[in-house]
Design a protein around this ligand. Structure first.
Ligand code: PRP
Ligand code: ZN
Ligand code: MG
Length: 225
């Protein structure tokens, strides 16, 4: 891996986690000068820069060594971790801290006419999701055979379109499910924003910067608890 003397944090450019993430970084003493395209923000006080990207890209950026830390939903991190595990590999990233914001859950939700009693009610069903690895893993643990239909977005309309019998998606306020007349029946995962890091220590000055940053972050998180 290339040696670098500045740390790079990846965070969601826009979305549910971006504002609280920026707030947490500011409270941890990080200040950034925003560039014109606003994708790369130069760190002014600390040797720590910020890269604003799509949340789904964050684990990959850490895996490639392009970024050293990331603020991302546990759901995204675990999904990509499971992809490695299902290939018989070890994921090159890990969850370092839970950050206490962006709480949501990965849940199964069914149309009103669907009779759900327990996971065995799902046998032979088609389930639409953007989290195929997490869903397959859960189904396997429940010993239930169902078809996983992978969609990258608008999962909640899949039952109406006849593409699936039910869905497995993130639920925060529940407004999306209500708007699509879907009823939540089971929780697969409790999620929130987390700090992601490489699975192995960095072998240059960056590890010292990470350690110092984590110490400050822990102080901020403790005040919040
Ligand atoms: C998630 C999920 C639902 C919505 C649920 O999408 O896919 O669409 O949030 O939230 P609610 O219960 O408050 O209505 P989100 O926009 O967070 O991410 P995505 O763009 O990656 O689907
Ligand atoms: Zn996303
Ligand atoms: Mg969505």
């Amino acid at each position: 891996m290339k040696q670098r003397d500045r740390l790079r944090i990846a965070a969601q450019k826009s979305g549910r986690l971006s504002e609280a993430g920026r707030d947490l970084m500011a409270r941890s003493g990080l200040r950034f000068r925003e560039s014109r395209d606003r994708l790369f923000c130069y760190g002014e006080v600390e040797p720590v820069d910020l890269l604003l990207v799509r949340d789904d890209d964050i684990p990959g950026l850490i895996a490639e060594g392009v970024c050293d830390l990331g603020i991302v939903g546990r759901n995204v991190l675990l999904e990509q971790q499971l992809e490695y595990v299902q290939r018989g590999e070890v994921a090159p990233f890990q969850e370092l801290r839970r950050l206490g914001f962006g709480r949501c859950r990965l849940a199964l939700a069914v149309p009103s006419e669907f009779v759900y009693q327990d996971p065995t009610s799902l046998a032979g069903c088609r389930i639409a999701t953007s989290y195929p690895a997490l869903l397959s893993d859960w189904l396997r643990k429940q010993d239930v055979q169902a078809e996983v239909v992978t969609l990258s977005g608008s999962v909640e309309i899949a039952p109406k379109l006849g593409k699936a019998d039910l869905i497995c998606d993130l639920v925060s306020t529940g407004a999306t499910l209500a708007a699509n007349q879907l009823r939540e029946v089971a929780t697969l995962l409790e999620s929130e924003a987390v700090l992601a890091a490489p699975a192995e220590l960095m072998l240059d000055d960056r590890q010292t910067i990470v350690d110092r940053l984590i110490k400050r972050l822990d102080g901020v998180l403790q005040v919040r608890d």
